[in-house]
Design a binder for this molecule. Sequence first.
Ligand SMILES: [Zn+2]
Length: 328
Amino acid sequence: MKEVAPGIYWVRMPLPFALEHINLWLLADGEGWTVVDCGYATAPTRAAWERIFAQHLAARPVTRLIVTHCHPDHIGLCGWLCEKFGLMPWTTQSEYLLAHAYYHRIGGADHAALVALHERHGLARGKLAAVNWREDHYRRGVPALPGAFRRIAHGDKFEIGGNSWQVIVGHGHSPEHAALHCEALGVLISGDMLLPRISTNVSVWPMEPEGDPLGEFLASLKHFMVLDAGTLALPSHGLPFRGIHERVAELKRHHQSRLDRLVAVCERPATAAELLPHLFKRKFDDYQLVFAMGEAMAHLNYLMHRGALKRTADPDGIYRFVRRVAIA
Ligand SMILES: [Zn+2]
């Protein structure tokens, strides 16, 4: 546990996939502690938590748990932590409900829907067999969820350890991601909305195949531009950093360059799967392929909704995207 700002402690927990770690935050909060995010449910993460509870909390209990969003590395041990300390998680309504949809595989959060979406977007059937990670994926990381929550929403303010914190909701990475900002301390717990090195995943998911998560994500970034330029960002992955305005500008440039590339190559009709090599230089394992396809669909939907690309469907229902050209 490392103190990164007065009363704010950084804990790093292992992850059993490519990202390797997640950062969690413990905030001294009067007679207890506020914890932000839970970690993925593995034995090493539980053991790390037990060590923290035994050795680092000065015999004070966890009195509040805030969950930034429903992804398994963030909400994973929520049920376990809540039961241990008799808590309800503080989170946004959409994240709470979507966590339950994923957990119960309902409302389009099931494997068949994922396969169907990828097939429509041109992923070959052989490839689809490999894309089977979601079937048990969520419950592996999130073995239990509480049956009630305390709602937080954009703009909400509450006190933690004598300081006022404000909720900044972001969309596009997950439906209602909660970042937390403390003006007095100059600290932003940015969750997955602002990461220092990798760009946050922004994907179309089967639940909302016509969605515009990239448009939502880019629009959400404006909330970080009004914060003080010297704000210390505490991200969920990577190292704490300063320079949030520059990071937002970089992310915008990154997505714009992908959009420009797609418009350029969609001179001929192409599926999302066919366009992957134009967006990503590296090869993917099965797990990463789902995120890469999701990103490709997010950029294509963005361009389609703004009229830059037109989407066609062949008799098998396969989607292709082509540039709208004014023919002289
Ligand atoms: Zn996430």
